[in-house]
Ligand binder design. Structure first.
Ligand SMILES: Nc1ncnc2c1ncn2[C@@H]1O[C@H](COP(=O)(O)OP(=O)(O)OP(=O)(O)O)[C@@H](O)[C@H]1O
Length: 452
């Protein structure tokens, strides 16, 4: 019996369109096929669809998959309840993970069997039924539901400091490598404080240029500059009564550092084009991966600003220095992603557990979480595959003995390095070949040799 859903298929390969139309018409009430991605938006605006089967690569950009991600975003903006299933070549599977992070409901590797396609689409529809939460909170008030995990003495010390500092209004400076959990700690401080019922406003100082930054932080009046079409309440005022988290603080240029210092000293902000100070009551939490003390010594960061923001300093240790936390984090993220992707409980083999515990995690907990997510999404049966972890990092891990008999085999190392380059360049063979010092042809020959 046909399912009462309407399906849109977008692919610039006429054979795939014909094959999918013939097959899907037997199973779904409406099937429309499109060969031209430029027509996607007008098609979605003209009628509602339940499912979109979307190719990741179009002829203009056959390798990177960026076009597929672009159309995915466009489709979800036009119809937020649409369930999108991405079609991808096997070598581009890591890209499919990115697509899922951007809101795709499922993916299928080409070439597919009809039954697999039907199963993927049906799973995507079930995904619809379970997903009742809005997809994303606005960036400036995003509070995640991820707990701050860690049993190691170093993390226990961090947790005790978080508890103590949360009881006060002291300014906090969070230091540590990227991915060690600074944003999560900032959020934990806010949530444990008396300000928890008010806003937690986060600003990524690295993503705004100097002129935008001032209006973003302090607000502006209509007409203050050419693009100021309306009044804008800056992030300080949005955080009134709550906490303001300034991330990537070292990116702040000296003139803006001076303005931030004035705002903190006076506890007021002056919106651009207003001249009228507005009083603000916020707790300030700042974070950076950079060495601010060195920046002060080099003259690129103001010492008086540093001393104003660092009343309490918390240093997040890199994950490789607290490997006791790895099993806990692996287990938590495994369950988290199994739930998210509706996978039956998957297991990490004990040899992988050992390998992951000794791995040096250059990207810290963020890398661990992404690795588990990727392994869950790509799992075949109950098997989790962690072979995509960059080999270079594994080579400098604290393991002194080879973990498998192959570790020192040149071919093994070559295969791992190629995987790593492909992953880094998201399946873009030209860029990966360039980085590996190979011609495209030489890389293709190796891809064939290793079955990648
Ligand atoms: N202790 C932890 N427990 C659980 N998850 C964690 C922990 N630390 C970090 N994470 C997760 O790792 C990811 C990165 O964390 P976060 O953004 O807080 O790091 P960061 O230090 O602020 O990184 P960056 O400097 O790059 O902004 C997030 O998904 C976060 O939830």
């Amino acid at each position: 019996m046909k399912q009462p859903y309407s399906v849109l298929v977008l692919d610039d390969n006429a054979d795939i369109l014909t094959a999918s139309r013939i097959f899907l018409k037997q199973h779904f009430a409406t099937v429309i096929t499109l060969a031209e991605p430029a027509q996607l938006l007008s098609t979605l605006n003209s009628q509602p669809f339940d499912l979109l089967l979307l190719d990741m690569n179009f002829s203009r950009d056959t390798q990177s998959g960026e076009e597929g991600l672009f159309y995915l975003k466009q489709a979800l903006q036009a119809q937020p309840t649409l369930k999108v299933v991405m079609m991808t070549a096997y070598a581009a599977l890591p890209l499919a993970v990115r697509a899922m992070q951007l809101g795709a409901a499922n993916f299928i590797a080409k070439p597919w069997q009809n039954e697999q396609l039907l199963q993927s689409l049906t799973q995507a529809l079930q995904h619809t039924a379970k997903q009742s939460q809005p997809r994303q909170q606005p960036e400036h008030s995003a509070i995640t539901d991820i707990p701050l995990l860690g049993n190691s003495p170093a993390m226990q010390q961090v947790l005790r400091t978080v508890e103590k500092v949360a009881q006060t209004d002291a300014n906090v400076l969070l230091l540590g490598e990227s991915g060690t959990g600074k944003a999560l700690v900032a959020q934990a401080i806010h949530q444990a404080s008396k300000r928890a019922a008010k806003a937690f406003v986060s600003v990524d100082m690295g993503s705004l240029n100097a002129s935008l930054l001032e209006s973003e932080l302090f607000g502006h009046k209509k007409g203050a500059f050419t693009d100021a079409k309306t009044d804008y309440t800056g992030r300080f005022v949005q955080a009134e009564g709550g906490s303001l988290f300034l991330d990537e603080l070292a990116n702040l240029a000296l003139p803006q550092q001076a303005k931030l210092l004035t705002a903190l000293q006076n506890r007021t902000v002056v919106p651009l084009g207003s001249g009228q100070p507005v009083a603000v009551d916020i707790r300030l939490i700042c974070a950076t991966n950079d060495n601010l003390y060195q920046a002060v010594a080099q003259g690129s960061f103001r010492q008086d600003l540093l001393y104003r923001i660092n009343t309490v300093e918390i240093v997040l240790p890199p994950l490789r220095e607290r490997s006791e936390d790895i099993p806990l984090l692996l287990n938590w993220y495994l369950q988290h992603y199994c739930r998210k992707y509706q996978r039956a409980a998957l297991q990490i083999s004990s040899s992988d557990q050992r390998y992951l515990q000794h791995y040096n995690w250059p990207g810290n907990v963020r890398q661990l979480a992404h690795s588990v997510e990727r392994a869950v999404v790509l799992a075949e049966g109950n098997t989790l595959d962690f072979s995509q972890l960059p080999a270079a990092a594994a080579a400098t891990a604290t393991v002194t003995e080879p973990t498998t008999g192959n570790d020192f085999l040149l071919e093994f190392v070559e295969e791992q390095t190629i995987r790593q380059a492909l992953q880094y360049y998201q399946g873009n063979v030209s860029q990966a070949a360039k980085a590996l010092g190979l011609t495209r042809g030489a890389l293709y020959r190796r891809l064939e040799k290793y079955g990648l």
